[in-house]
Design a protein around this ligand. Structure first.
Ligand code: GRF
Length: 204
């Protein structure tokens, strides 16, 4: 059974999911703490949030490497430097490659109910499809785009008149709670993966 005390969180934007994890981990009873925050770009609020919380940060930009394979190795090495039990991709807009995925469990959060609406525009795609219910998914990352085993999901209703920004904000409110709850349970109770079935706790 895996456990998740040390978290490295990866961000590309505003970092409100990261903030929720930072806030939760202020309580030692939460069972996990953010030991570093990584990004693929500078000047984002996610990095500022980490710095304000006194958490070390690192940045690996794709364009500063000769190719994707070199970036994959570099980010895996940066992550490894902080010896995480679990990597949390929280609004990180890059697919992680084998060097990271083979070394660490990676949890990903997505603003739709997978397997519907994977990819970078999950909220926009659900609206365009006319979905009446969407939501958020916390999954273990694999080499595909939002295809890994699902750990937790929660539904969010689509209202008539919703635009992408309004719907995404409502999803993110639910998503932050789900991510905090899921990571905390994984840290405190451990988890196992059997094929596509992820079980938290209750297994020895
Ligand atoms: C989240 O909805 C995440 O699922 C999506 O981008 C958003 C990131 O929000 N990929 P934040 O940076 O945590 O505020």
């Amino acid at each position: 059974m895996s456990k998740a005390g040390r978290l490295v969180v990866l961000v590309s934007g505003s970092g409100t999911n990261l903030q929720a994890l930072l806030d939760a981990s202020a309580d030692p009873a939460y069972g996990a703490s953010v030991v570093a925050v990584g990004a693929d770009r500078d000047d984002i609020e996610g990095l500022a949030r980490a710095t304000r919380a006194g958490v070390p940060v690192f940045v690996e930009k794709l364009r500063e490497h000769p190719d994707r394979a070199a970036w994959d190795l570099a980010i895996a090495a940066r992550i490894a430097g902080h010896a995480p039990d679990l990597v949390v991709s929280a609004g990180f807009m890059k697919i992680l490659g084998a060097p990271t995925l083979e070394a660490f469990p990676v949890l990903n959060t997505h603003p739709a109910l997978l397997p519907s609406f994977p990819g970078a525009h999950g909220v926009r795609d659900a609206l365009a499809h006319g979905a009446k219910v969407t939501g958020c998914t916390v999954m273990l990352a694999d080499t595909g785009v939002d295809t890994g085993p699902i750990v937790a999901q929660e539904a969010v209703r689509v209202y008539a008149g919703d635009d992408e920004a309004a719907l995404h904000e409502r999803i993110k409110t639910v998503e932050r709670g789900l991510l905090v709850e899921t990571v905390g349970r994984m840290a405190r109770e451990g988890w196992t993966v059997n094929g596509r079935t992820v079980t938290i706790g209750g297994v020895r």
